[in-house]
Structure formats: C-alpha cells, structure tokens
Design a protein around this ligand. Sequence first.
Ligand code: ATP
Ligand code: MG
Length: 568
Amino acid sequence: MRFSKLYAPTTKDAPKDATLPSHKFLIRGGFVKQSGSGLYSFLPLGKIVLDKIRDIVKENMDASGAQEIQMGVVTNADLWKQSGRYDVFGKELCRLKDRKNNEFVLGPTHEEVVVDIVRNIITSYKQLPLHLYQITTKFRDEARPRFGLLRGREFIMKDGYSFHDSLESLKAEFDLMEKTYRDILTQLGLEFRVVDADSGAIGGSGSKEFMVLADNGEDDIVICDSCKYAANIEAAKRTKRTSQVEPPEADFAKFYTPTPVKDSIRHIAEFFKVDEFYTIKSVIKKAIYKDEEKIISFFVRGCDTLQETKAQNACGALELVDASEEEVRNAGFNPGFCGPVGLPEGVEFYIDEELKEETNLICGANEDNYHFVGVSMFNFKDSRYKDLVQVDAGDVCPKCKGKLSITKGIEVGHIFQLGQKYASAMEAKFLDKNGKSQPFFMGCYGIGVSRLVAVMIEASHDEKGCIWNKQTTPYLLDIIVSNVKDEEQLKFAEDLYEKLDAKKVLLDDRKERFGFKIKDFELLGFPYALVVGKGLKDGKVELIERKSLEKRMILKEEILSTLQEILS
Ligand code: ATP
Ligand code: MG
C-alpha cells in the first residue's frame, strides 16, 4: 500500500476523555473514528487488525469443529420473552419498536436466537452435539462506555453456542473451548490467565474467564503464588480466615456501647479491645427485583469486605443499590447497631458462611447503644449462610494453602456451561437414547474481537505509540522515503516496493518532512521501518526495529534478502 493513498488520518492530540494508551493511539493513529458515545468506525488500518484477529479466531473455531453462521443484530423480542430475559436483563438491553409497534431488541448476546434456530429441527440425540458460532456486532447500552474499544456500546464478539445430549458431552466441549481459547490467545502473543468466574446475567453453572494481565484492566483477579488457582474477585474463594489473636471469651450478654454510629466497627473493636476479626458487621443494601424492592442486611466479619456480586447472587437480586437511613429503619433494622441475633421477625438477611458455628463474637444488639458479646452462631438456618466476602491479598489459597495476591486483568473471553436453562425455558427438546424428551444441554462461549484490538496495544506499546506484533500488525514494514524530491531515493524505494508484497508493506511516499514520517511510524507501530535517505549515495539504507527502536545500516545489495526474511 502507498501511504499517499491510504486513509489513515493521524493526529498529534488524543481526545480529552482518552486516558488509556490503546484509546489514545487507536484514535491518534487513525485506526478508528468515534461516531458517538461507545460507537466506533474502523478505518482501513483498524479494519486490517480486526480482520487478522477475526481470522485467527475463525481458524481455531473451525478447527474445533464449530460451524460459522450469522444471526441478525435486530432480534424479535418474543424470543426474549420466551426465555424470561426480556424483563430481567436491565437497561443494557436496548429495546425498540417498529412502525407497527412490534417489539425488538438489539442483540447483546444470542442464546435466544440460536435456540430458536435449532428448536424443532434438532430432535434426536443422534444429531448432537452441535456447535454454531458467529463473529458479529453486539449492542449493549453500557452504563459507562469508556476506554475506546475496550468498553463500547456497539462491539464485535465471537459468540458460540453448543448443544448436547448430556452434561458429560457439554463438559467435553467446554474443555475443548478452553483449549481453543488458550490457542487463540497464545497465537495472538498475549499473556493471559484463565480464571474462575461469576456467571452474571447469562446464568448457568461453571464459567471461566480469559484475562489478559494489564495494569489498566478493569477486573481484579486473585491468583495463588504457588498453584494454578486463579479467579475473578467476584468469584474468588479462600481458605477460611483465622486469627492469631486470642478470642474475647465472654458469656452471652448485652453491653452498653455509647459509640458513634459512623465507622462503628473500628470503634467497637477499640472499645472492647478486640480484633475486628471477632466482630460482626452489617452491610445493608436495597435489592432490586423485577417487581419489588427489599432492604437486606448482609453480615460479615468486621475485618471483611462485602463482595457485591456475591451478595447479589446470594439474594438473587437484579441489582443492589445503597439504601437510605429511612428505608433501613422502615425495614426494621437499627443502623449502626444491627446484628444477626435478635432481629425483628420477617427482616431479610444473609450471613457469611465463614461465621457459621463461630463463637465469642461481638455484634449489634438491634437496639440503640447496645451490643451483644459472647455471641455464638448456631441458631440460623443453613440457607442464611452464603459466601459473601471479598478475598484480600494475603488470604490463603482454597486449593493449596499458598498465598493469594490480587492483580489487574482485562476480560477478553468468557465461557459458560449453561446447562438446560435456556432450552427448558424455550421448550427446545430432543429425544434421548431412551426415547425420553428432554431440553438440550447448552454451553456458550464469547470472545471480544474488537476489544482484542485495543488489548493488543494495552499489552504492547511505549510512550510514542503502538508496538504491533507480526500476527496482528496492519503492515510489517514501512518504507520511508526520506525526501521524495530526491529522484534516486524515490526510485530505489519504488523498485523495492514493487518487488515486495504490497499487502505487507507500506510505502511512505508522502510529500512530508522526514521527522513527520518517522513520528507516524512510531505512532502506528509496525514492526519495521526502512529509511531510504542520504546514505543511499554510499550504498546504504537504515532498518529500524519498532520495538527496540534500534537502527542498523544495511548494504543496498543485501537489502532484498534482509527484507524477504522479515516479511516471511
Ligand atoms: P464485562 O465484564 O467486561 O462487562 P461481560 O462479562 O459483560 O464483560 P460477556 O457477556 O462475558 O461480557 O461477553 C463476552 C466477551 O465480550 C467479553 O469477554 C468481552 O471480551 C467482550 N465484551 C463484553 N462487553 C463488551 C463491551 N462493552 N465492549 C467490548 N467488548 C465487550
Ligand atoms: Mg463476562
């Protein structure tokens, strides 16, 4: 390609809201153009990268036996009503009507459509398993679209859906997809971790996320320093926490505690001269359901933090929000003095499972200025106990007793074992070996293809711009003609360009200053530049490696073989 013909509008300045390198460089390099909040167009360079990633994803998916299809972005809302997700999906689901008042949604994910594709057509176990996938546009009306392609509202995902006659068959495909995703990310040259994940709105049992380690990641991931255990903080487990400090042994009693209400756990621990480990803290939230709202107290140790996703899963709410003091009081709780013992009848509460059967605890007495001491946790139903706490750095690994630490990651893929949830809601059934009709077992598997374009840059850049690897770079080589008015330089570069593959090489034949061209090279970040400049008179040209910015002089006669090696 000739740079003089290429539509790559590079700029010096990034938009004000661009804080991450990938966002800045994608815009400054003219890879993409923003057209609205969370909406981007891919320009020629961005489209080449997108297609390269797409090709790697497709090759590996095809090799796994999955078949590519393409579903529509606009989806009949009836299908979403059949699965029950129309009302519960929340505001991310963009709902719309046509001129006849028929309802539609813009597909944020395609379980419903794909179930409808196979329903009543796949009718026997003999036709299973089947895996269909697509690489297309998704729309999610994200609350906070940001970071450019990392969190758009419209984005491109590879989403695959598999159908099975048994849980074993589903598990085998799930494992195959884990391997396939590992292969894809390895081929892309990314450093990643596969982590246990929360299944979110999509639902189902087991799910794993593929996290690229990056300082700018939005996700916190917990990893063990001595075994392979890794989990999203929303799903991370730990070995039950213990304390080295002696427990405050006491008989059960009510105690006068004139503490300020604010920041009370610290005050309570100081007041009783005990470790916060032996106190119970109440975190009260308003839980939003489809048709109602509830005020719920979650009890965790004073030294622990409530993990909101776990809390949300515990009570099955669509969303948890802060509750006002008035709402808390009206629901029967005493804010500041709330404890699990002696709560009024009928209030909603959950207790962290690590508190089960613990003794010598201190908690609010549900009465102004009183706490209980010597509390034992024996009298609660099992269903009250849930995993509610956030794992901290330094906690003990649940698998091997190593130490856990927390690092940042960007989620690039997520695979789920859905089980029979969608197929049973949508009455998609097959006849099993015994002639019995059953809903399909399903898995679903997503990779953020457009997000990966940005992730490649987050994983590899410097302060000057992108540093693409061979697998995903738009061009492998930038031949820079230092001065296009110098006929000898231009002719030499043109001849060279003619001999090479125009799909791999960009010839910078623009009538611009050398400094401008080299800045573009650094910003665009192709692996190599060849500078055809003054040295040509002495039979030499200069090869620059983008990653190290190292320069090396090459003799005119050796140039073709050197370049062919780079381009192979
Ligand atoms: P996140 O937690 O980042 O919001 P998610 O868990 O909602 O993502 P999934 O439903 O698991 O996303 O979708 C599969 C993949 O699609 C994700 O792993 C991610 O790579 C990509 N993806 C999801 N949302 C976006 C988005 N708003 N912009 C770009 N890519 C996205
Ligand atoms: Mg996810």
